[in-house]
Design a protein around this ligand. Sequence first.
Ligand SMILES: Cc1cc2nc3c(=O)[nH]c(=O)nc-3n(C[C@H](O)[C@H](O)[C@H](O)COP(=O)(O)OP(=O)(O)OC[C@H]3O[C@@H](n4cnc5c(N)ncnc54)[C@H](O)[C@@H]3O)c2cc1C
Length: 499
Amino acid sequence: MVDADVTDILIIGSGMGGATLAAGLAPTGAKIVILERGERLKDSPDARDPRAIFQRGVFRPHETWLDGAGAPFNPGNYYYVGGNSKLYGAVLIRYRAEDFKPIEHLGGATPGWPFPYQELEPWYGKAEVLYKVRGRSGEDPTEAQRSSNYTFPPVPDEPAIAQVRERMKGAGLHPFTLPLGLDVDAWLKGGATPWDAFPETRGGKMDAETCGLAEALQHPNVSLRAGAHVDRVLTDTGSKRVRGVEYRKDGETRTLTAKIVVLSAGAVNSAALLLRSSNRGLANSSDQVGRHFMNHNASAVLAIDPRTVNDSVYQKTLGLNDFYLTDGKGGPPLGNIQLLGKVSGPILKSNIKLAPEWALSAMSRRAVDWYAMSEDLPQADSRVTVDGRQIRLDWRRSNWDAHLRLVAALKERLRAADYPIVLSRAFDRRTPSHQCGTVRIGLDPKSAPLDPFCRAYDHPNLFVVDASFLPTSAAVNPSLSIAAQALRVADHIAKTDLT
Ligand SMILES: Cc1cc2nc3c(=O)[nH]c(=O)nc-3n(C[C@H](O)[C@H](O)[C@H](O)COP(=O)(O)OP(=O)(O)OC[C@H]3O[C@@H](n4cnc5c(N)ncnc54)[C@H](O)[C@@H]3O)c2cc1C
């Protein structure tokens, strides 16, 4: 084992939570080391090749998780500097104010957050600045109050999508402009492809590496160690404080000691690391670590009109929240709808193996591709467990009937908008893109491992700042909420632990 070294703050993971926290803490001058299991994602022809990405899965991990029945699967969970945000769709949207309160859903109740939307609101604004979010407020009927406006104008609709916007208005809906961390001109200079699920290697996408981490690394007190795989968080017997971590790099096992340890390895891996770090699991006196795993219930919905061609390249500029707070008739919430990145024949081929790619390409040119997303509710038996290094993810979907109603409502409106053919397909367990909830915040240490500032109730110098902390999944994309809370936690650490 290589000799231990020492730092003030150690962050495990350089994704949305870890990189943003580092950016928030960097100006304090504290010595910060980020240990990241992945390497920087290098540019290659594969980065803009849909066959490489979707058919050959070249960016997917060489890793197998087990599902609840013990069946192995290869998860779409990406290990690079920047984490899952390297491939994300860059929709950077706030939770609705209502999402912070308890809500009655068709499939049960959500507990709400330990603080109201107003508490996070200023941090949402700062996160939007850090991630250079482009958007337009005032269009979405469910949008929460904002104290700052978007700094950049929105990514424009392509002509075919401008027509879709009008068709959806004609069907009685209220399409709104998706807030995006995306400089579309810069992105398209690297190739005429969508960005959703395509890796950022040529510029244009605002992700955890290009924004949060880049900002943090401007400070000489912050350093990144890539290819550093953390295996265990270390404790001292007789002390509640954690000491540091054990990690592998370049074939050697090393230790790094720190005054403050922050876990930001993502909702599945942060829970797994805590569970592996002691017999009963670290930070786990509540027996809640790994529980309440959530992922959105999501489906792709293709609206096909054989009479019109959708020649858009990126497509992803519209959302619909008409069924977000209620089902549109005063009933329970159903969820959010947004455009997917433009789906092409090679992308469809990865799911529909028997059809010839030319036929799928012909179909996709006449399709508008939507993503319907419904809230998954926290349940104690939906959980991550470990057996040595093996991760088992027993995801118990909840609130599925609400999702079926959302897809049915969207299909009905698409038909009303004169799309003769509407097809749908649900995303499955291999797509844990919006994983969250496994080490949640709460006011009661018996039901939540973390306090509202993401500090472990059991260990005063251990924080978990990534999608794990989310007590509810809401029905919008999670990254901006993770980033806003990371900035809030950084401010708290700077004021309470470093002074
Ligand atoms: C295809 C796709 C599209 C998406 N689109 C959107 C979108 O449009 N909008 C949105 O808000 N969200 C989107 N998401 C989700 C978003 O990317 C995640 O919610 C977000 O990145 C989660 O942040 P995190 O900090 O929890 O984890 P991550 O960003 O995944 O970061 C975790 C980091 O920890 C590292 N790590 C893990 N284990 C270890 C270890 N043992 N030692 C050291 N390092 C470790 C990982 O390599 C990774 O870098 C998408 C995700 C995918 C996959």
